[in-house]
Design a protein around this ligand. Structure first.
Ligand SMILES: Nc1ncnc2c1ncn2[C@@H]1O[C@H](COP(=O)(O)OP(=O)(O)O)[C@@H](O)[C@H]1O
Ligand SMILES: [Mg+2]
Length: 203
């Protein structure tokens, strides 16, 4: 759905903003780790990564937060232990959503999971980022999402979104982010930089 793509791009963007950042791979599928392995051979800034597993990710995150200014955590789906425990220590959870892939009940389930975390983490922000939006359906996607979000005040809908672009797909197979690709797709770069700005604010 775009989780790992957003996580890797946010990590590189935090690093470029001069922050010390750790990418945490808390998805047993290890996609972020594979991405980082490919990155090691590339002539780009290297960023540290570690893996975390299980129901105590929040404890490990609090420990790592002592050593880094920012942690970006990539998890599996909302049903996973890692997603749920990471929520207990996160400042912000970013939920990428592909238009057409969600409905009221799917999101309501997500609200339930987040509200469980709220009991332990009262400052948790939850944002939705539209992802892989068909280029000709941006307005429509925003309108549809806004209509559902109006009934779900627990979420903030980002105005930034990523459009479906080959560049995102290509860079994930190279261990890079869109801004590091040869023949960079400037639209993809701008979209991701808006996502970064909206989540972290301007540095
Ligand atoms: N905006 C986008 N446009 C085109 N392809 C994308 C976009 N975002 C992600 N992808 C591709 O979709 C696939 C799934 O994305 P990924 O970020 O790995 O999702 P998740 O981590 O949620 O499973 C990957 O191959 C990725 O390159
Ligand atoms: Mg993933």
């Amino acid at each position: 759905m775009g989780k790992t793509t957003i996580a890797t791009h946010l990590t590189v963007a935090r690093n470029a903003a001069g922050r010390s950042v750790l990418l945490v791979d808390a998805d047993p599928q290890g996609t972020a780790t594979t991405w980082m392995d490919m990155r090691k051979d590339k002539d780009v800034t290297q960023v540290p990564i570690i893996s975390m597993k299980g129901q105590k990710v929040h404890i490990d995150l609090r420990e790592q937060a002592k050593h880094y200014q920012d942690l970006v955590v990539d998890t599996g789906g909302a049903d996973s232990h890692e997603f749920r425990s990471a929520l207990l220590a996160a400042d912000t959870v970013v939920l990428p959503l592909r238009p057409g892939s969600f409905d009221f009940w799917t999101l309501q389930k997500m609200v339930d999971v987040i509200e469980m975390a709220d009991t332990y983490n009262e400052n948790l922000k939850a944002v939705i980022c539209l992802s892989q939006v068909p280029p000709t359906a941006r307005d429509r996607a925003r309108k549809d999402a806004a209509a559902i979000m109006a009934e779900m005040p627990r979420f903030t809908l980002l105005s930034a979104m990523t459009v479906f672009r080959a560049a995102f797909n290509h860079c994930s197979g190279e261990g890079l982010v869109v801004s590091e690709m040869p023949n960079r797709d400037t639209k993809a770069c701008t979209e991701m930089s808006f996502v970064h700005q909206e989540i972290f604010g301007r540095d």
